[in-house]
Design a protein around this ligand. Structure first.
Ligand SMILES: Cc1cc2nc3c(=O)[nH]c(=O)nc-3n(C[C@H](O)[C@H](O)[C@H](O)COP(=O)(O)OP(=O)(O)OC[C@H]3O[C@@H](n4cnc5c(N)ncnc54)[C@H](O)[C@@H]3O)c2cc1C
Length: 298
């Protein structure tokens, strides 16, 4: 109750307070902080993917600026020697403005990354962009195979998309999906989404396509492990993925110790407010916990 209240009141809270609460979800505002975080995670056995915070730009200039930030990040990944893996949001690169603009920006990033041996994952956003994002991925993956995208298990269409992409050995992150979608196109119940998630993971594994199993839901982690064992899949054909700061570190450490790959999504950048607000809405317990410790509420 207290936690829900904290989240409801969040839009009224001073930004510095949200910043304190959300510190655990973002590595910092600059690339150096993200590089340091990735290095620290690597020393504990984690793989990482970096993401520059930002979404839905409203001008072409902003989209081009985001492209330049990604091109610079690629150079920094190369020189810092950290894990060669980056995630990006297509609306940050102009997909909300025009498909041509997004294609032009993303293809420049993917080309430079490919030449540097860096894997790029195109994140999936809300449903107006699902087909467009898959279209971008399909166009680019032919020339730049170090590329993957994301399929959301709450979408009714997800299995069809996975079948098509898995058939040519594509690389997919499977997640539940974070946006609010209507019941016409998306499952609403927890159980339906979980079962679909497992269908998608099974499809990827049985087709021999590489899958990122992105969830903090311990039931889904356990059921995915059963699938991996049942289908006798080798550890280089999948990985588990989690967002920085989500409190399941103990479980993730167990996975690493058991020989599974675990990748942490490390966001950074000045555009931290929207991202942090979403994280806090997903898990109000964290806001409550931190505030209680700060002010010693009983
Ligand atoms: C690596 C990664 C990449 C993702 N990329 C995308 C993407 O491209 N597109 C997209 O639509 N969605 C993406 N998501 C988000 C995903 O779709 C879900 O909304 C999110 O992971 C919550 O679902 P869950 O499977 O973790 O299960 P849940 O049942 O929601 O969560 C399980 C437990 O973890 C806690 N928890 C879950 N998420 C968070 C959080 N963010 N902060 C704090 N606690 C949390 C919950 O409180 C709960 O206790 C990504 C998730 C991960 C892990």
């Amino acid at each position: 109750m207290f936690n829900k209240l904290v989240v409801l009141l969040m839009p009224l809270a001073p930004k510095f307070l949200v910043r304190i609460i959300s510190n655990r979800y973002i590595s910092g505002e600059d690339t150096a902080s993200a590089v340091a975080k990735c290095q620290a995670l690597r020393s504990k056995g984690y793989l990482t993917t970096m993401d520059i915070l930002g979404e839905s730009v409203i001008t072409e200039a902003q989209a081009n600026e985001a492209r330049e930030d990604y091109l610079t990040l690629i150079s920094e990944v190369v020189t810092s020697g950290i894990e060669k893996n980056i995630s990006l949001k297509p609306t940050a690169l102009g997909l909300g403005l025009s498909e041509d603009l997004a294609f032009s920006n993303i293809s420049m990033i993917v080309k430079k990354a490919y030449e540097a041996g860096i894997f790029i994952r195109i994140d999936m956003e809300d449903s107006p962009y699902t087909s467009k994002t898959i279209g971008l991925y399909e166009r680019l993956v032919k020339d730049y195979p170090l590329l993957g995208t994301v399929i959301q298990a709450y979408m009714h269409r997800a299995l069809d998309d996975v079948k098509l992409i898995a058939a040519h050995g594509g690389n997919l992150r499977i997640c539940k999906g974070i946006y609010k979608e209507s019941e016409q196109i998306a499952y609403q119940g927890q159980d339906e989404v979980r079962q679909n998630f497992l269908h998608l993971v099974r499809e990827m594994l049985s087709q021999g396509a590489y899958v990122g199993i992105a969830t903090h839901d311990l039931y889904l982690i356990d059921e995915s492990l059963k699938l991996i064992s049942e289908l006798n899949i080798s550890a280089d054909k999948y990985e588990f993925q989690a967002l920085l700061g989500v409190p399941i570190v103990h479980r993730l450490e167990e996975l690493i110790q058991a020989g599974h790959r675990v990748r942490i999504y490390v966001p950074f950048g000045s555009d931290w407010y929207a991202y942090s607000s979403r994280r806090l809405k997903e898990n109000p317990d964290i806001a409550g916990y931190i505030l209680k410790n700060m002010f010693r509420f009983k």
